[in-house]
Design a protein around this ligand. Structure first.
Ligand code: SF4
Length: 580
């Protein structure tokens, strides 16, 4: 372990170091905690997790000790630690949190299923000296809403009794689902494509041509052609790196978790093929912290791959996110992997040229890589021919909300909502009639029932002011209040804005204030929407206005809109709306 002596850096003639003094006890504790770790600046977030997991919080003294050990200023350690929601920084004199933390998801699918009532009940019924109840954004389990996380164990279809049972049993570790093992995957022909690539039977040029013909695009939300991205990275001189984006935080999205928890090796083979294609020196998997079961699975299966001789030790590094939606944006993810706060970068340069640690970096999403071995095994035409309504390939739709059978639905790209509901989801939930739907999670806008016949794929929804993104389909019914839906989405953006740029930081806050006051002021909302779209640095701020704009375009009949420019008011609401 490389460590700076606590006294090093004392100014000439000064009796004390500047800033916080590190207590010997705290230094000893953190030194012991990190005794098995290699000390590197970029691993700061991993160390913060170790401290948080061990002590249930991060005290100012422990943070100072960590800064000392990593050899960074206290301000840099604090800046990173305080950026992420999953780190509890405790200042001098502040009480440490209760031993157990219960996070209650309050994102849109859980809100529809009573998350607010659940949170209130838990806060009223659980002993606050033993249990801390806090809100949390989407946990990627929208099909089983409402969801709570007790320690690191999720309770699906959560209730007071279910949460109490987990606490009583002290069962705070994640439940590991059954998944396809390495042996089963190999028995089914797994890793043969990777071996063919590595042995020279297949060339990078052939692989690229096959992927191009298949029409595979980035399934994280951007839809960038995969083959083109691999080519672009290769155009820049090495050494190159690869970063897998497993940080699906878009409310309503849970398909990547499904693949990681059920078929991790198909994803891992796709990842290693990608790494081979761009000659990546090291691969980083950035996994959201809300997926503790997937974390354990990946750690175990990466060790299996090492044992099998498919990867060298430490060739793949698994990194835990720490509760920041913005880190799903690729440049913010890269900042986070470097151990910093997840501030999106100004581009150009793009990460394909200047990415992780300044090197050309291939960034791919989990689902994208999951499809790679299947395409190379079954052929580009197999994949491309699956699409409908002019689309190519298969898509994994995360469907939640008011349908009878929510879940991950693997269907042809371009499938319509009406087809998804009727043929994949068992129809609408009993007693519910379709009002509208979110085609791409919180940021993809909201479409009305009259547009349930649109193909759900990249490029098909933009003319309606929406986009498919990661295909997070949240179905709304006539029993849902569109005003509550929009407020929920806007609160999410306000919470998750990283604060780096003013249009997004202040714009989302101002919109929430307007909506909370019931004042849908058309003039102000137009201004805010425009400035967020035009002047925000990243996609979060640029798309944050989509819910408001969609609601005003398609659901005006459920809104009261004023206009501070004209002094007029338009009230289209019905008795039903007013009763809600
Ligand atoms: Fe941060 Fe929002 Fe600006 Fe993106 S748009 S950089 S999330 S403040």
């Amino acid at each position: 372990m490389k460590r700076r002596h606590p006294g090093k850096g004392t100014g000439k003639g000064r009796m004390q170091n500047r800033g916080r003094q590190v207590s010997p006890e705290a230094l000893q504790e953190i030194t012991a905690l990190l005794s098995q770790q290699v000390i590197r600046r970029d691993l700061l977030i991993e160390y913060l997790h170790l401290v948080q997991d061990h002590y249930g919080c991060i005290t100012a003294q422990h943070l100072a000790a960590l800064a000392e050990i990593v050899n960074i200023p206290m301000a840099a350690a604090y800046e990173t630690a305080s950026f992420y929601a999953h780190f509890d920084i405790i200042k001098e004199g502040e009480a440490v949190p209760a031993p157990v933390t219960v996070r209650v998801c309050d994102s849109i699918a859980c809100q529809l299923r009573g998350a607010a009532e659940l949170q209130q009940t838990l806060q009223e019924q659980l002993d606050p000296t033993q249990v801390r109840v806090v809100r949390a954004p989407c946990m990627g389990r929208c099909a089983t809403a409402p969801v709570a996380e007790v320690g690191h164990r999720h309770t699906d279809n959560a209730s007071l009794a279910a949460v109490q049972a987990v606490i009583a049993e002290n069962a705070l570790s994640p439940v590991i689902p059954n998944y396809q093992s390495y042996a089963d995957y190999v028995a089914a022909g797994g890793y043969t494509i990777l071996q063919e690539c590595r042995s020279g039977e297949r060339s990078a040029v052939d692989i690229n041509a096959e992927l191009k013909e298949s029409g595979l695009r980035g399934m994280g939300g951007a839809g960038f052609p995969t083959a083109t991205k691999w080519q672009l990275v290769c155009q820049h001189a090495g050494p190159r790196l690869m970063a897998v984006n497993a940080d699906e935080g878009e409310p309503g999205t849970f398909k990547d978790r499904y693949f990681l928890e059920h078929e991790p090796h198909q994803f891992l083979e796709g990842m290693l093929i990608g790494a081979w294609a761009v000659e990546a020196q090291t691969v980083y998997i950035y996994l959201r912290d809300e997926y503790p079961a997937a974390c354990k699975i990946l750690l175990a299966e990466l060790a299996t791959l090492e044992d099998a001789g498919l990867i060298a030790p430490e060739y793949v590094e698994l990194r835990r996110g720490a509760g920041a939606y913005v880190c799903g944006e690729e440049s913010a993810m890269i900042e986070s992997i470097e151990g910093k706060r997840g501030y999106p970068r100004q581009r150009p340069p793009y990460v394909a040229e200047v990415g992780l640690f300044g090197k050309p970096t291939l960034v791919n999403n989990v689902e994208t890589l999951y499809w790679v071995p299947a395409i190379l095994k079954q052929g580009a035409q197999w994949f491309a021919s699956q699409g409908v309504n002019g689309s190519k390939g298969l898509r994994s739709y995360s469907v939640s909300g008011r349908v009878a059978e929510p879940g991950v639905k693997i269907a042809p790209a371009g499938t319509t909502l009406e087809d998804l509901i009727e043929n994949y989801c068992g129809g609408m939930a009993a007693g519910h009639q379709l009002l509208g739907y979110l085609p791409g999670g919180a940021s993809g806008g909201i479409l009305p029932a009259s547009k349930a016949n649109l193909p759900l794929d990249f490029g098909a929804l933009e003319e309606h002011g929406c986009f498919i993104g990661s295909a997070a389909i949240v179905v709304l019914s006539e029993q849902d209040d569109i005003r509550d839906v929009v407020l929920n989405l806007m609160r999410f953006f306000e919470d998750e804005s990283c604060g780096q740029c003013t249009p997004c930081r202040s714009g989302t806050e101002k919109v929430v204030q307007l909506l909370e006051s019931g004042n849908w002021d058309a003039n102000l909302l137009d201004d805010l929407s425009q400035v967020m779209r035009d002047a925000s640095i990243c996609g979060l701020g640029q798309a944050a206005a989509n819910p408001i704009d969609s609601a005003r375009t398609f659901f005006a009949a459920h809104l009261i809109v004023t206009d501070s420019a004209t002094g007029g008011t338009t009230d289209n609401t019905t008795d039903n709306d007013r009763e809600r």
